[in-house]
Write a protein that binds this ligand. Structure first.
Ligand SMILES: [Zn+2]
Length: 206
């Protein structure tokens, strides 16, 4: 199970400062009164940004692990929220998804790039729509686009800010902002994600 680690740094700063060492979870989320043997359970590695580690805890009674994901990192996708935001923001400003894809992911063919980009665009635009419903006092009249949210919030980096603003809902919100499954276009959990997902750490797919 993923939990929020409020850090206020970029992915590169998280790595260079080794901030997983500062991550702290004093009580078991399942057994706040203790007595379950809850203890630190090392770290696991994420491939991107290189050198990333995530602090983890384990409750032997509940057979559950808990990991503290810093606000800069995407959930259930490789890399940072800033990287996801760059891709989706690029599509919003491009004439077409094809145009936005022209310089992305040169290691795979265009149809693959388009799927890779669409998955991110759909996840983020769906998420912004959901947040408009959850927080109408903040986002009423705001189009479900990163550009519109950036203007409303007065920030450059929308997704890390939303990780904080939407903190009470993260368990319910889909990845890569929230800690629920990544959703596909039809609203069902993404099959590629489900098939590839281990319990924790999450599986990484391209
Ligand atoms: Zn416990």
């Amino acid at each position: 199970m993923q939990l929020r680690f409020s850090t206020g740094v970029t992915g590169e700063e998280y790595v260079s400062q080794e901030l997983w060492r500062n991550a702290s979870l004093t009580r078991c989320p399942l057994h706040p009164k203790g007595g379950c043997g809850f203890a630190r359970h090392g770290t696991y590695e994420r491939l991107s940004p290189p050198g990333t580690r995530i602090a983890r805890w384990y409750c032997p009674q509940g057979h559950r692990t808990f990991s503290l994901l810093p606000d800069c990192l995407a959930a259930r996708l490789p890399g940072t929220l800033a990287e996801v935001e760059e891709v989706v923001g690029g599509v919003e400003q491009a004439e077409s998804q094809e145009a936005a894809c022209a310089h992305l992911r040169l290691d795979i063919e265009l149809p693959g790039v388009l799927r890779w980009v669409r998955r991110r665009v759909q996840a983020i635009h769906g998420l912004l729509n959901t947040l408009k419903g959850l927080l109408p006092e903040r986002f009423a009249g705001c189009g479900p686009r990163l550009g519109a949210f950036a203007e409303r919030l007065g920030v450059d980096a929308v997704l890390p800010a939303l990780r904080q603003i939407a903190a009470p809902y993260l368990a319910l919100l889909p990845a890569p902002l929230g800690f629920g499954p990544l959703r596909s276009r039809d609203g069902e959990p993404d099959r590629a994600f489900q098939q590839g997902a281990g319990p924790d750490p999450p599986a990484f797919f391209a």
